[in-house]
Ligand binder design. Structure first.
Ligand SMILES: [Zn+2]
Ligand SMILES: [Zn+2]
Length: 144
């Protein structure tokens, strides 16, 4: 459940990111998928983000496996990603992460949203979103 009583919304579980992204994107049909570590199945990550280049890398807090999400590989070399500490509780660097896709009529992805939830204080947010201006997008969207 999302708690909207405070200035920053919080969620008590990773599943709340879906609802958060639906409201944030204002698209009821947004397709949300959780990011899960391919090596160990864990669902919390440290995030390295560059909001100018629109790139994000996740690092599993359990086993340390890193992954650059979606099409961010292409822009990674020019980016200056920084490790993100939760701006609300100011101590936690661990997040649950989901990706949300809004689609064109033909089904290809039009816009990508990153949804994140601090595992300490539960604050929900979106560090990044970006437009996709190419097709097809099948390969890109599976790279999570
Ligand atoms: Zn892992
Ligand atoms: Zn926090």
């Amino acid at each position: 459940m999302i708690d909207k009583s405070k200035k920053y919304w919080t969620g008590d579980s990773a599943d709340d990111i879906s609802e958060y992204l639906r409201l944030y994107s204002e698209d009821d049909n947004i397709d949300v998928k959780p990011v899960i570590c391919h090596s160990c199945g864990n669902d919390s990550f440290e995030l390295r983000v560059d909001q100018n280049e629109d790139v994000i890398q996740v690092k599993c807090t359990n086993c340390g496996t890193k992954k650059i999400l979606l099409d961010c590989d292409e822009f990674w070399e020019d980016a200056r990603p920084r490790l993100r500490k939760c701006p609300i509780c100011k101590s936690c660097k661990s997040y649950n992460v989901s990706v949300g896709f809004t689609r064109r009529e033909n089904g290809s992805v039009k816009w990508v949203y990153i949804g994140n939830r601090c595992t300490n204080c539960g604050t929900l947010g979106s560090y990044l979103d970006w437009k996709i201006d190419y097709e097809p997008t099948d390969e890109m969207e599976q790279n999570i």
